[in-house]
Ligand binder design. Structure first.
Ligand code: ADP
Length: 494
């Protein structure tokens, strides 16, 4: 496929998609949509405003109240969402191209998101649509006491730019499966695929106005959605700073319940009983450099036993140094540019801060200052737990290596940041793995003994982020529960 030709042929159309069609934004301001691979402008985008959100929420409220979706039998909802998953696969090249152009994801990775990742998740939630079962209390006589789940109503969703198509599905998938209507605000850096998904949802049979997408800036559209008094729940994924603003805005408006995912600083803890250090090094590099390091679950802290720390680090550095960023439209590229210039500045600031604080760069990545946001991997050792590069989420290709001598020290280092999203522990010692699985504070824990990967569960099980990483579950049946409210119904006896 000639991706460059296809890229040149894209007709950009970024405006609110409300009630089943495109509506010009009411906002006067606009901004440039930039291709991070070249830093050239793809198109102008309206900043969006509170009126756009008002209109979308009004439509979503109307569609919720008329029951066209919430009162459809759950099996029918599942069918429509499954059809949407099929359509996403059919339109994978369009979706992938939009994501690659807007955020720099290598085209093969973007195709994988559209062909496998997003549809797999959507099918999983669709499959749970008719399994939201309440429980009944064991009451004798003719009285009845039981739980029912009901959709919350109008769900607002705000997503980041790192997996544009997948992020959109991650929010509207469980929300729609549970019977809600949705107003989605995608990231201003990568709104196009979410709009395309809303079009495909109509084609799949979703009634008009059930999924509305309002692109624009966080400071205009995002704020309006978070503050809206008629939004029944807000689901957010993004930075910790914005996540906390979202909590304040909920408190200041209608106290809407929240689901908040604010990133992480996940540890990869390696004990000296693991023999295959090559497999560990592969996994470390894969985790920290996937999507140019722009993944909330990236394992950006390598915490290795001192007996193997140097040997392992050498292997990690040798692998990471082979990651040279390339043109994301080239099918051979596995490592592209960062998603935008802000992100490049942010990564640069952290790297310089780390060097200033005394960390040693055992691999020093180059940073292209213009004409493309290319940043190659950097690896630090001689770091201490107080440094910003160790404590804070950088969201780029930067790894910090630490070492330990005792199990207690390993746990202390692993738990040494305010985040608690994911963690990996490498050990062959069964007792130790069970102790660490409990002692490490993170929502998703991988225990590994070898290079063999864990089971592919396709979104069946869920977890909840811990500490500053957020709260609320998104995957699996628990995801649908998050987007539902639980009622307790009590019927007295005759
Ligand atoms: P990132 O740095 O990864 O872009 P952000 O938290 O800034 O993370 O952005 C995540 C999402 O939150 C984006 O859709 C963005 O537009 C939105 N956003 C940013 N600031 C605000 C805000 N003050 N209120 C609501 N949404 C916001």
């Amino acid at each position: 496929m000639n991706w460059k030709e296809s890229a040149a042929a894209v007709r950009w159309n970024i405006q609110p998609f409300i009630d089943g069609g495109y509506r010009p934004s009411k906002a006067a301001e606009s901004f440039d949509n930039i291709n991070p691979a070249t830093e050239s402008t793809l198109c102008r985008v309206s900043a969006g405003n509170a009126q756009d959100i008002d209109e979308a929420v009004r439509v979503a409220r109307g569609r919720f109240n008329d029951g066209c979706w919430s009162e459809l039998p759950s099996g029918r909802r599942a069918e429509i969402l499954t059809r949407l998953a099929d359509l996403i696969v059919q339109h994978k090249t369009e979706l992938a191209l939009l994501d690659t152009l807007e955020m720099g994801k290598p085209i093969q990775a973007a195709l994988n998101d559209a062909e496998n990742f997003a549809p797999m998740l959507l099918r999983s939630w669709a499959g749970f649509a008719d399994k939201l079962l309440g429980i009944s209390a064991p009451i004798t006589g003719s009285a009845l006491s039981f739980n029912v789940y009901e959709p919350r109503g109008v769900v607002g969703a705000i997503t980041p730019w790192n997996f544009p198509s997948v992020n959109a599905v991650y929010k509207f998938g469980p929300a729609l499966a549970a019977g809600n209507t949705v107003v989605l605000k995608p990231s201003e850096f990568s709104a196009s695929s979410a709009l395309k998904l809303a079009e495909l949802a109509l084609e799949a049979g979703l009634p008009e106005g059930v999924l509305n997408v309002v692109p624009g800036l966080g400071s205009t559209v995002g704020v309006a959605l978070a503050l809206h008094p008629d939004v029944d729940m807000l689901s957010f994924t993004g930075s910790t700073t914005t996540g906390r603003k979202i909590m304040e805005m909920s408190a200041r408006s209608n106290g809407k319940p929240l689901l908040v995912e604010c990133g992480g600083k996940s540890p990869q803890v390696v004990f000296d009983d693991v023999t295959d250090l090559d497999a560990v090094a592969d996994a470390v590099v894969e985790s920290v450099l996937w999507n140019q390091g722009q993944v909330c679950g990236a394992h950006t802290r390598l915490i290795a036993h001192q007996a193997i720390a140097d040997a392992l680090l050498e292997k990690v550095v040798s692998r990471a140094s082979r990651y040279a960023p390339g043109d994301p439209l080239d099918e051979r590229t596995t490592f592209g540019p960062l998603a935008n210039a802000n992100q490049r500045d942010r990564v640069k600031t952290y790297i310089n801060g780390g060097l200033k604080a005394g960390a040693r760069a055992v691999l020093r990545g180059s940073i292209q200052e213009s004409g493309g946001c290319y940043v190659s991997p950097t690896i630090f050792d001689r770091v201490d737990s107080q440094m910003a590069i160790v404590r804070e989420e950088i969201f780029g290709p930067v790894l910090c290596a630490q070492s330990f001598s005792t199990e207690e020290e390993a746990v202390r280092l692993a738990n040494g940041t305010e985040y608690g999203l994911a963690a990996t522990v490498w050990t062959r010692d069964m007792g130790r793995s069970k102790r660490l699985a409990r002692a490490v504070k993170a929502g998703h824990i991988l225990i590994r003994t070898s290079g063999k990967e864990g089971p592919e569960l396709g979104g069946m099980l869920s977890f909840e982020p811990q500490k500053a990483s957020g709260f609320g579950s998104e995957l699996g049946l628990r995801g649908l529960e998050s987007y539902s409210t639980l009622k307790w119904l009590n019927f007295n006896g005759n």
